[in-house]
Design a protein around this ligand. Sequence first.
Ligand SMILES: *Cc1c(COP(=O)(O)O)cnc(C)c1O
Length: 358
Amino acid sequence: MSLLLEQEFADWQGAHYCLAVASGGQALQLALRALGVKHGDPVLTNAFTLAPVPGAIRAVGGDPVLVEVTENLVIDLDHLDAMAQRSAASILLVSHMRGHLVDMDRLTERAANIGLTVIEDCAHTMGATWRGMKSGNFGKVGCFSTQSYKHLNSGEGGFLATDDPALMARMVMLSGSYMNFERHGAAPGAAWFADARFDCPNLSARMDALRAAILRPQLKQLDQSIKAWNTRYARLADALTPLSCVTLPRPLKEAQRVGSSLQFRTPDFSAKACVQLLEEMGNHGVELKWFGCPEPLGFTSSHHHWRYLTSGDLPRTDEILRTLFDMRLPLSFSEEDCVHLGKVMRDVLLSLASRHAT
Ligand SMILES: *Cc1c(COP(=O)(O)O)cnc(C)c1O
């Protein structure tokens, strides 16, 4: 069952090989291990991401080296250069957080120049493209999540996608195949396993057939769902873009995002005004997350909450997170719901901004 799912996902993604695994976090860990990350090795990643990303680096013994993000919520390529040089890292785990794609041409070129191998965290970019090419096909390996809040939902789960047969063989063996690798649906031939089957420890991170069965029909619907997310996102962006108190991330023209969530900033708001915004939106039934919250509530995306690593000074990221808000756009919202939601949000924002200005 996961065998058919792996074939179908590889086809949909346009990758040679695909492995279905227990979670997105496990996908990241397997990719890092298969690329040889060892205890104490520095691994670069962007500072605005979700806890499973620095968590995966730490789980394999690596040292997360955080890189600043820009106003468009993507990795800052100049800071990447600086941190790559300072840390002498050879791996970049770029997290396309909330679906925002950095200039992938520049990223790929810079990574090649500095000698960085790129792993893509596509937890929020399943189906997103850059110049028509799917996110996850730019780096050495793409990592996906099928946790409840992602574009495919099996409760927990994930995928690895790559074109590299040797890497794929190692990831299959690491995930635990009980030596049944020849029965895998989207893996390279047995010759590629000659060493991997003896060299790689079994970490038991497979996806089970039950979850694969839940995902196969969803995958058939995915292109449809992506269109539906994008029309819903467009209605909200229509309402919020004209407001002078609000800044939305601006996608580059080559990027086609999946609008499964909305982020906006209120750069002139104080922390007090941000708390008020959360409250007043909540009173109207609009549930927002605030990345500037001093407490990790319901999720963690602030490097200040990851005490197991030394993040260094990240003033640019801190300034952005300070007034950054976030909302998921479940497909149970209709397009009309989103028009209504946009009006409610606009009114609350305008009212707060005018009170704040006086
Ligand atoms: C969900 C998520 C992951 C993977 O999470 P799992 O819960 O382990 O599937 C990785 N990165 C980001 C940015 C995520 O949101």
